[in-house]
Design a protein around this ligand. Structure first.
Ligand SMILES: Cc1cc2nc3c(=O)[nH]c(=O)nc-3n(C[C@H](O)[C@H](O)[C@H](O)COP(=O)(O)O)c2cc1C
Ligand code: SF4
Length: 441
């Protein structure tokens, strides 16, 4: 099989191809729906567009944002999205994915305060409003590389992921005591995020980092494993502790994998007999419980970039040819996330999967909003490539293919090679030299 290249001449061609493989995606040309305001815990979002979290691995060694981090968020802020979901920020140094992943701590909180103020000022001067700003708090678990080489911290052994990282049966699993202490590290980081001016935090539970691995830890014994209550304990404890400590004005949310695409009993949200099919029974239960705990905003996603990137971020180029048409991946994300939104209609769901469809993503997002399959449409790579995309959607003009992300995977490639992630295609002046330096040696 070869990569399906995105060569649709018109929206109708694209729609026809989706129909020819039996998929009927929701589309609408009514871009006005993106102007709908959304209320979350007393904060009014001025439109229904989000920039999804994306690491730039461009922080300083002390964990604070550096020049390129500040530049990225300045561009996002000026783009006009009502929700800026700030990338993964580690709560402890050993949980960083690289020496340049952001890490918030008491010595660098003023740097976070500065970036926060910068985002607000840029957004206000360009769009006349300030965005909701959520910090994603993380521990990278098995993908930790704090000194640049793998130093996995695992919640459970996994026959699909362990061999890829040379982890054998003797490798230790993080203990219950360590997890309990780590819960408090998330709370400490949330306090610092609030101090810096963020409106809320995301207790990250996706893409198979530590917390995401825990919710699928069917084989782990003890209080953080096996049963549904055990596997979700870490997430629920942190959410409750932050709420108790910081009150109801401070938003607590989660970016949650609702389908891992890894066989049972090692994947979350998968059909027990056929891991290629989602089973949303547990994800829906969890989203309902989070809602009842006071989580009124949730960001849903799937897969992991380390094992099945075609599930997580459909692309036109990657290390392997995907086993499915990219439209099938988009359909899984859009309709799967839609099922959760329909099952828990009062929670504001941020959807994902809107970069690969280029300019047609605006029509896809509008269709999703009209059909109530998400409350907010989140864009990841598109924001690297085309930071002004929200303005073009909100003006009714729509997206310009010449500015769109082409799903080439180069931003991820730079990150994997140890460089600072951005778009060498559409932001070439800054990132093409970085791509050359790290990826074309
Ligand atoms: C370079 C890069 C860094 C990313 N970093 C994060 C991150 O920090 N947190 C997260 O939840 N997702 C992260 N993602 C995933 C994106 O948020 C998004 O889910 C994914 O790219 C699919 O959406 P898209 O098709 O709009 O790009 C990252 C993606 C890329 C390409
Ligand atoms: S490098 Fe640019 S065009 Fe390529 S996937 Fe990343 S954001 Fe999109």
């Amino acid at each position: 099989m070869e990569f399906r290249k995105f060569d649709y001449k018109s929206f109708e061609d694209f729609q026809k191809e989706a129909e020819s493989i039996g998929l009927s995606l929701p589309f609408s040309k009514n871009l006005e729906v993106f102007a709908k305001k959304v209320d979350i815990n007393g904060f009014t979002l001025q439109n229904s567009i989000a920039v999804n979290p994306m690491e730039g691995t461009d922080g300083k060694l002390d964990g604070s944002p550096d020049e390129l981090t500040i530049r990225r968020y300045e561009r996002f802020a000026r783009g006009g999205a009502a929700l800026v979901w700030f990338e993964a920020v580690s709560v402890v140094p050993e949980g960083r994915t690289s020496p340049r992943q952001l890490w918030i701590n008491k010595n660098n909180v003023s740097a976070y305060q500065e970036i926060c103020e910068n985002i607000m000022e840029n957004a206000q001067s360009e769009s006349g409003f300030t965005p909701l700003l959520i910090m994603q708090l993380t521990h990278s678990g098995r993908f930790s590389k704090p000194e640049g080489k793998a130093a996995p911290i695992i919640a459970a052994h996994n026959p699909y992921l362990d061999p890829r990282m040379n982890i054998d049966e003797s490798y230790p699993v993080i203990s219950d005591d360590e997890l309990e202490q780590l819960e408090d590290k998330f709370v400490e980081a949330a306090i610092l995020a609030k101090q810096a001016g963020f409106h809320g935090v995301d207790v990250k539970c996706c893409h198979r980092y530590l917390n995401s691995e825990l919710v699928s830890a069917f084989t782990r014994k003890g209080k953080y494993g096996e049963t549904y209550e055990g596997r979700t304990r870490f997430l629920m404890n942190i959410v409750r502790k932050i709420k108790d400590r910081l009150g109801s004005d401070f938003i607590v949310t989660s970016r949650l994998n609702v389908y891992d695409g890894i066989p049972y009993p090692y994947g979350f949200g998968v059909d027990k007999d056929d891991y290629k099919k989602p089973d949303f029974t547990e994800p829906i239960r969890l989203v309902k419980e989070l809602y009842e705990t006071g989580v009124h905003l949730i960001n849903l996603t799937m897969g992991t970039p380390y094992y099945n990137p075609h599930v997580n971020r459909p692309a036109d180029a990657a290390e392997y040819v995907p086993p499915e048409h990219q439209v099938e991946g988009i359909n899984r994300l859009v309709t799967g996330i839609g099922e959760i939104q329909k099952a828990v209609p009062d929670i504001a769901v941020v959807g994902t999967g809107y970069s690969w469809p280029r300019e047609f993503a605006a029509y896809l997002g509008a269709g999703v909003l009209e059909q109530g399959l998400a409350t907010i449409i989140g864009f990841g790579r598109q924001a690297f490539a085309y930071p002004d995309f929200p303005k073009d959607i909100l003006s009714g003009k729509g997206l310009d293919r010449k500015k769109c992300c082409i799903a080439c995977g180069k931003c991820t490639e730079i990150m994997r090679a140890g460089g600072t992630a951005g778009c060498p295609v559409r932001d070439a002046k800054v990132y093409a030299p970085i791509y050359k330096q790290y990826c074309m040696k």
